[in-house]
Design a protein around this ligand. Sequence first.
Ligand SMILES: Nc1nc2c(c(=O)[nH]1)N[C@H]1C(S)=C(S)[C@@H](COP(=O)(O)OP(=O)(O)OC[C@H]3O[C@@H](n4cnc5c(=O)[nH]c(N)nc54)[C@H](O)[C@@H]3O)O[C@H]1N2
Ligand SMILES: Nc1nc2c(c(=O)[nH]1)N[C@H]1C(S)=C(S)[C@@H](COP(=O)(O)OP(=O)(O)OC[C@H]3O[C@@H](n4cnc5c(=O)[nH]c(N)nc54)[C@H](O)[C@@H]3O)O[C@H]1N2
Ligand code: SF4
Ligand SMILES: [Mo]
Length: 760
Amino acid sequence: MIELDRRSFLKGAGAGGATCALASILPGSLAALEKEPLKALGEEVASICEMCSTRCPIKARVINGKNVYISGNKEAKSFGGKVCARGGAGHDLLYDPQRIVKPLKRVGKRGDGQWAEVSWQEAYELMADKLNTIKKEFGAETVAFSSKKGSLSGHFFHFAKAFGSPNTFTHGSLCPGAYVMASKAMFGTKLKRDLSNAKYIINFGHNLYEGINMSETRNLMKAQADRGAKLVVFEPRFSIVADKADEWHPIRPGTDVAIALAICHVLISDDLHDKAFIDQYVEGFDEFAKEVQHYTPEWAEPITDIKATDIRRIAREIAAEAPHALVDYGHRATFTTEEFEMRRAIFAINVLLGNIERKGGLYLGKKAKTYNKFAGEKVAPTLAKLTVEGMPKPSAKRIDQSDKQYTMTWKNGGIYQSVLEAALNDKPYGLKAWVMARTNPMQTMNDRAKVLAAMKKMEFIVVCDVYISETAAYADLILPESTYLERDEDVADKSGKNPAYYVRQRVVETIGDTKPSWQIFKEAADAMGIGNLFPWQDMETRQFAQLNGDAQELKRLKEKGYLSYGKPLLLREPSLVQAFVEQYPQAKATDADGTYSSQLKFKTPSGKIELSSTQVESFAPGRGVIRYRPVELKQADELYFIQGKVAVHTNGATHNVPMLANLMSDNGLWIHPVTAGKLGIQTGDRIRVTSSVGSEEGSALVTPGIRQDTVFAYMGFGSKTKELVRATGKGIHCGNLLPDRTAPVVGMNLHTTGVKLAKV
Ligand SMILES: Nc1nc2c(c(=O)[nH]1)N[C@H]1C(S)=C(S)[C@@H](COP(=O)(O)OP(=O)(O)OC[C@H]3O[C@@H](n4cnc5c(=O)[nH]c(N)nc54)[C@H](O)[C@@H]3O)O[C@H]1N2
Ligand SMILES: Nc1nc2c(c(=O)[nH]1)N[C@H]1C(S)=C(S)[C@@H](COP(=O)(O)OP(=O)(O)OC[C@H]3O[C@@H](n4cnc5c(=O)[nH]c(N)nc54)[C@H](O)[C@@H]3O)O[C@H]1N2
Ligand code: SF4
Ligand SMILES: [Mo]
C-alpha cells in the first residue's frame, strides 16, 4: 500500500484553497485527506466484487484498520471461494490517494484539469439548473444517459426516465449485444453454458483465462482438469486459453462464421445431427440445411486459413461427445460486421448437437418463479419488482433504433455509439448534454477523436466515477461514487440451474465525501423537482421490499451474502430431473422417459427454437436464414488490429489502481517475427501503428503467437489525460485506432480494423 507523506503533499498542494490546478495532489482526491484507520462494519462482511462487471460474491475483512483482505464467498460454490488478481486488489482502489472523494466542478476550459471542490448540494443544484434549462429549451430527449449495465445502472436509468429522456445507453453495443440478440432471435431468451460438465468444447475467441469470470473460468478449468474435456480454440493469437487447449487454430480475424457454418454442414451431411431433438424443438431446419449445403469445409478453408480436414475432423469429434459437448458463444461480440450471423451460426451447432438443457450443453436460467412452478412449492422467494407510479412516458423517439433492422437491440441499452452522430451531426436530432455513470467512452468507445469532438459539442457533461477517468477529465461536473466496498445495493438475482440471490454490503465506513449512486441520483432528483419518483427511504427499505417484507430471509441473505435454493435442474437431463422429483413430492409429473422434455418451451413466435426465422426476415430482409457474407475488415496492404482483456486489468477502469498499475502499465503490440523482420522491428523497439482514424506510438512484442497478418494489443491502456496519473501515456490507446463502425442488425461497435505498422 502507498504510504502518504502528509508534509510533502501539503507542499504539492501549493496555493491550497478550494481551487487548484493539477499538481502532485489531485483536487478532490483522497490524498488531500488526513489518513484515518479504516472502520470495519463487521468482522467479515459478505458482499460483491466490482473490480469488473462479473460481480463475484466475496467476503471481506478489515485487518488492523489498515487493509481489507478480500476472498471469494464459499457459499457460492461455482466461484470456488476465490477472487482473481483484480478482485484481490480491491483495497488498493478503496485507499488509493488518487481516488476522488469530493464532487468537482470544472473551473477552467473543458479538459484543462482545473477543478474546484464543491459540496454535494452545490453539485445537485448545478445539475438541476443546467439539465432543467436544457429540458425546457430543447426537450428532455436532448440529454443522453449512459452507464455500464449492472448493480448501479437501475437507479441511474430510473433517474433518466424520471427526467423524461428516452436516450439511455448501456455498454451492450460495445460488449455482449450480438450474442444476446442472436440467442433471443433463436431461443427467445439468453442462454447459459454448462462448461464444467462438457466433454468437448469448441471456443471461438472466448478468452476465459484472461477475460476472467470467476465462475465460468473455474468451470472451464474443471472441465479440462477434472473431466479431461477436449478444448479446441479458434483464435488469431496464442491466448492463454489457446495455450491451455488441446488444439489452437490461428483463424483469420472475423471469419469464425465460415467455420461454424462448415461444422453445421458436416453435422448435417454426415447425418450426425440430433434428429429427434430437431423434430421436437426446431423450426426452420429445412431452410437452414439447404443453405449450409454450400458451406463445405473445403469452401471454408481459403476464407479462414483453417484446413478442411481439421474442420471435418473437429465436427465429427464433437458430435461423438454430444449432447455433453458445446460450442462456446463467447462474450465480447465485436469481431466482425457479421456478428449476428456469427453468433447464430455458433448457436446452430449447439442446436444440431441437441445439447439444450443437457449436462455439458446450453441451458435456460431457472429463476425462482419457474423453479417453484416445477417444484409445486415455494422453494425460493421471488424478488418483488419495485415500480413507481407516475413515471413520464417520453414523447420523443430514441436517437438509435429508427431503422427497423435494429428491432432486436435493447429497448433501454441501445446502440451506445449513436450518441456521437447525434451530437456531431444532429442525426436524427442533436444532443445537448451527456450524463454518465461507470462508463469511460473516451477509452472504450471506438474513435477517441470523435468521442472527444462529441463531448466538446455538449453544453453540459456530468460523470459519476471513482477516478477522474479519461472521460471524467472532460466533464463539467464529477460526482464521486463510493467504492463498492463502501456501498449497500439492491438484492440481485444470480440464478443458474437453480435460483440464487446475493447482495452487496458495506465493508467499511465511507472514506471522504462520497455516496453510492442510488443515493446520488435520488438526491439529484430531489434537487430537480422529481424526487416524488424516488419514494424509497434508503437501501434497506428497498431490500426489504424486494424480499416482500421477509425480514428473516433478508437477515439470512446478509449473513451469508449468497443464497442458493434447491438443486440444479436441467429439463432434459434424466439424473437431474430424477433427483429433483425425489426432493419435491409435489413436483410436476415427468414424461415417460423421466425428464421434463415436453415442458421445454421457447419464447419465440413459434414457441420453438428458430433455426430460421420469419420474424428476423421481416426486420432484416435476407437474414431469416443464417448465411455467410464476405466482410472487409482491412485494406490489402494493412494488418488486422485486434484486442483483448488482460488478466490483471479491467477494460479502461483499473489502470490507475496502484497494485495493478505496478503489475502492468504498458501494452506491447504483438507482432509475428516474419512481419517484424520485414520492418526491422525487435521486441522492445518503439513502433507506430496507424489506422484510418488515428495513430499510436508504443512498444513491440515480437512473438510467434500471432498470425503474420495480425497485430494484437491488450485494451484499456494509453490514457491521454493527465489526471489518470499512473496510466497516462503508457501504451497503445486502442479506441484511438478504431473507426466508428457499426454492425448491421445488432448495432455493435466493430473492434477489428486495418492498421499500418512502422518502426519509430
Ligand atoms: N481480467 C479481465 N477479465 C475480464 C475483463 C477485463 O477487462 N479483464 N472484462 C470483462 C468483460 S467486460 C468482458 S466482456 C469479458 C470479455 O471476455 P472475452 O470476450 O472472452 O474477452 P476478450 O479478451 O475481449 O476476448 C476476445 C478474444 O478474442 C480474440 N479475437 C479477436 N478477434 C477475433 C476473431 O475474429 N475471431 C476469434 N476467434 N477470436 C478473436 C482476441 O485475441 C481475444 O483473445 O471479460 C470480463 N472479464
Ligand atoms: N478497443 C476496445 N474497446 C472495447 C473493448 C475492447 O476489447 N477493445 N471492450 C469492450 C467491452 S467488452 C466493454 S464491457 C466496454 C467497457 O467499457 P466501460 O463500460 O467504459 O467500462 P469500464 O472500462 O469497465 O469502466 C468504466 C468506468 O467505471 C469506473 N468505475 C469503476 N468502479 C466504479 C464504481 O463503483 N462506480 C462508478 N460510478 N464508476 C466506477 C472506472 O473508473 C471507469 O472509468 O469496453 C468495450 N470497449
Ligand atoms: S472476475 Fe475478478 S475482478 Fe471480476 S468480479 Fe470476479 S473477482 Fe472481481
Ligand atoms: Mo464487456
